[in-house]
Design a protein around this ligand. Sequence first.
Ligand SMILES: Cc1cc2nc3c(=O)[nH]c(=O)nc-3n(C[C@H](O)[C@H](O)[C@H](O)COP(=O)(O)OP(=O)(O)OC[C@H]3O[C@@H](n4cnc5c(N)ncnc54)[C@H](O)[C@@H]3O)c2cc1C
Length: 417
Amino acid sequence: MNSEPDIAIIGAGAAGIGAARRLAGTGLSVSIFDSLPRLGGRAWTYETSAGPVDLGCGWLHSADRNPWTRIAEESGFKVDRGLTAWGEQFRDLGFSKAEREDARRAFALWSSRVATAAPASDKAADALEPDGSWTAYLQALSGYISGDELERISAKDYAAYDEASTNCNWRVPAGYGALISASLPAGVELHLATSVDALTLDERRIVLRTAGATVRTRAVILTVSTNVLAGGAISLPSALDPWRDAAACLPLGNNEKLFLEIVGDGPFAPESHVLGDPHDPATGTYYIRPLGSPVIECFLGGAGARVAAAEGHSAAFERAIGQLVSLFGSSARRCLQPLVASDWAHTPSIGGGYSHALPGQADARVALARPFDDRLFFAGEATHTSDFSTAHGGYESGVRAAEEAINALVPRLRQKD
Ligand SMILES: Cc1cc2nc3c(=O)[nH]c(=O)nc-3n(C[C@H](O)[C@H](O)[C@H](O)COP(=O)(O)OP(=O)(O)OC[C@H]3O[C@@H](n4cnc5c(N)ncnc54)[C@H](O)[C@@H]3O)c2cc1C
C-alpha cells in the first residue's frame, strides 16, 4: 500500500470514480477507499438468473447531456434510447385514462406553482392545492423523485433540478452500475472493504485512519453520502462541523427496489408499466419486462420505501405481489417469484436513497461543496446544485472536486512541498 499518496479519494461511487478519471494522467498518485467490497456505491448492477438488474441507479437521466452516455459509448456499453413506459398504465388497470390525465394536470399545476410562485415557506407541500383530489398521487411522485414527503422538500431545490433536467431518459442494457464500476481508470490504487474511520489534519498532510493502516496524503476528496457525513461514522476535526451541518440539511430520502421474476406465461407485456394504487402515497410503481427481460421492477420512494425497509424483504415482496394481483387478477400470483431487493437504508456506508434539501436549505449544497483549507475537497451527488440525486450529478461533482484539488496541489508540488 502507498501510505503517502498525493490524493486519497474516500468513496468509489460515481463521484469517486469521476474524480479518479479527472486525476488520471496528471502524474499525481491516487488511492481510493471504499467500505463496500465492490465498486459503484449506489450504482450496483446485480447479476440474477433473469439477467442483470440495477439495485441503485438505472436511468441515464438528462441522457442527452449526461457524461455517462459518452463514457458508455466510448467504452463499448450499448445505450438504449427507447422511450420510457412510466406515463402508461397497462390496459388502464385501476387508473383510467381520464384519471391519469387529471392526475397529470394536478402534477403540472403543482410543478408550475413551485417554479413560478414558490411558497414563502419554501415547503413544496405548500404549493399543493388545498384538499386536492390528487395529493396522495403527488406524494407518491415526490417519494420517487425526491425520496421523501413534500412537507420535507425545499421547493427551490426541487425547481433547480426540474429546470436543469432535459427529460431525456435512456438505459444501459448491461446495467448502469456495471458501466460505472467498469470506469475506474488504471493506475489508481484501489482499497475495497476498507472504511476510513478518522481523518485528522497536521500542518502539511491529512492523516486517514483505516482498520489496518494510516495514510498520510496531501489532499482528500470526500464523496460519502450526506447521511454518512452527518452521522458519526467518520471522526472529523471540529473545524469541519459546518460541513456536517450542511450535510444534515441535505438528508437522503428513502428509495428501494424489489425485483420479481416472471415465470411461465403471465399477463405481463414487455416494456409496460402500472402504478399500484394512485390513491396511496406509499404505492409501488411497477416497470414490467424492462427491455424484454423476465422481471418486474418495483420502485418505492418515501413512505413506501420506509415501510419496506422497516418490514423486511419478505413482507415487502408480499405487499408488491398483492398490489399486482389486485390489478392483474389472482392467476398472476403463480407467475411471480421474489428475485432480489435493495436495502440502501440499512447499508451503513450509504444510509438511504438520494439527497434532497429540507425547506429553506437549498443553499446547503453550495456550503457542502466548499473546499476546506485547500486540501480537503467535497464531492458526491448532494454537492451538485442542479443534478443532485443522480449518478451524472455525482460524476460531475467528482470532476469538479478533482479540478479544485489539481489547482491547489500542482503549484505546491512545483515548490517541492
Ligand atoms: C433505489 C435508487 C434508484 C436510483 N435511480 C437512479 C437513476 O435511475 N438514475 C440516476 O442518475 N441516479 C439514480 N439514483 C441515485 C444515484 O445512484 C446516486 O445519486 C449516485 O450513485 C451517488 O453517487 P455518489 O458517488 O455521490 O455516492 P455513493 O454512490 O454513495 O458513493 C459514496 C461511497 O462512499 C463509500 N463510503 C461511505 N463511507 C465510507 C468510509 N467511511 N470509508 C470508505 N468509504 C466510504 C460508500 O460505500 C459509497 O460507495 C438512484 C439511487 C437509488 C438508491
